[in-house]
Write a protein that binds this ligand. Structure first.
Ligand SMILES: NC(=O)c1ccc[n+]([C@@H]2O[C@H](COP(=O)([O-])OP(=O)(O)OC[C@H]3O[C@@H](n4cnc5c(N)ncnc54)[C@H](O)[C@@H]3O)[C@@H](O)[C@H]2O)c1
Ligand SMILES: [Zn+2]
Ligand SMILES: [Zn+2]
Length: 337
């Protein structure tokens, strides 16, 4: 079978490899769609921390089930996606129903080879039934589940003001699931065209451009001086994360979805007087995947809003580098195979 390997930063190569043998406990999927996310672009760029090469990228996947591996409720020919965070099943996180932060986690396409292949073996327990959805929709479930997970972590209630900082693909998913939870959503970014996208395409109630507006004033005005009771970072930018503490309402929750390498700093008295809660949100669980799927089935999330670029498997090498350029306007590039 044909595979695309990231040999080293900046180098993608086509290779012919043996189709994997079917192993006990593993399902085999004929891959149909591969969504490209920031992690793949950073891995290609050489800026993804703790990344080893060579590596086959790709973790936003959908396809046709060729072997079920004994998974209950599945048959050959089913349209499927899967949860690409393979977990150990025995560590404290796994025992606490938090496989998304397993101490031994292996993310497909990050820690182990991923989905830029024609046939992929995945643990049978990771399969997710996709009946009634298209391959495009199914390949979007994983990135959207990241957003759904953060909204569940924050326990967002209808009518709350939720501020989402960062309107990249991850932030957009967070906004969608905040809106679905009935929140009043405020999108914040330094990129005016991304903010325009939020209001025009995702029907987000309020947008704030950090580079041109007085953020504290706008937030105070929008929330009638309460400030947002939920703030979610989806920038992965240290400065933005530190600033985010200033936007919290008294009693608010601050959820970090974005990730960076530095140390966070905050004013302890300001944090204390608010009795604020700080949480991280990592990956997603089956419950989040199911929530995304049912929201798609109800028409609450429109995949067409996300897929800005589409390319056949054979042409990935020619196109990949262009998606690193912010002016390409890429939100989600989808590889068809
Ligand atoms: N929690 C998880 O499991 C998980 C999964 C995937 C990605 N992530 C992380 O989520 C983050 C976002 O991912 P993405 O793919 O959407 O990234 P992205 O780079 O496409 O989007 C980030 C957005 O933040 C904006 N931004 C940057 N600095 C800002 C600032 N100071 N103020 C306001 N906005 C600012 C950028 O303009 C951009 O629109 C990354 O840190 C990524 O590592 C986390
Ligand atoms: Zn991803
Ligand atoms: Zn574990």
């Amino acid at each position: 079978m044909q595979v695309i390997i990231c040999q080293e930063p900046g180098v993608l190569a086509f290779k012919e490899q043996e189709r994997p043998e079917v192993k006990e406990g593993y399902a085999q999927i004929r891959i149909k769609r591969i969504g490209i996310c920031g992690t793949d672009l950073h891995a290609f760029d050489g800026t993804q921390p703790y990344f080893n090469y060579p590596r086959i990228l790709g973790h936003e996947l959908s396809g046709e089930l060729l072997e079920t591996g004994g998974a209950q409720g599945f048959k050959k020919g089913d349209v499927v996606t899967f949860i690409p965070y393979f977990n150990c099943g025995v560590c404290i996180a796994c025992r606490s129903e938090k496989p998304n932060c397993c101490t031994e986690i292996k993310v497909c396409g990050v820690h182990i080879d991923g989905g830029m292949v024609e046939y992929l073996n995945v643990p049978a327990y990771s399969l997710v039934q996709g009946e009634g959805l298209t391959y495009d929709e199914l390949a979007l479930v994983e990135p959207l589940a990241i957003g759904a997970h953060s909204i569940r972590r924050a326990d967002v209630k209808a009518g709350e003001f939720v501020l989402v900082i960062g309107a990249g693909p991850i932030g957009l998913g967070i906004m969608e699931f905040a809106r679905i939870a009935g929140a009043k959503v405020i999108a914040m970014d330094i990129n005016a065209s991304r903010l325009k996208f939020c209001s025009n395409r995702l029907n987000i109630d309020y947008t704030i451009d950090v580079s041109t507006e007085n953020v504290l004033e706008r937030l105070s005005m929008i929330t009638q001086r309460d400030m947002p009771s939920v703030v979610i970072d989806a920038t992965g930018n240290l400065k933005a994360i530190n600033e985010g503490f200033r936007y919290l309402a008294h009693g608010a929750r601050y959820i970090l979805v974005g990730l960076q390498k530095g140390d966070i700093s905050l004013s302890h008295p300001e944090f204390h007087k608010r009795e604020a809660t700080l949480m991280s949100s990592r990956n997603a669980t089956r419950e989040d995947f199911q929530h995304v799927i049912s929201s798609m089935k109800k028409g609450l999330v429109q995949p067409a809003n996300y897929i800005t670029h589409r390319v056949p498997f054979k042409r990935v090498k020619d196109e990949f580098e262009k998606w690193l350029d912010p002016t390409s306007g890429v939100i989600k590039a989808m590889i068809e195979i």
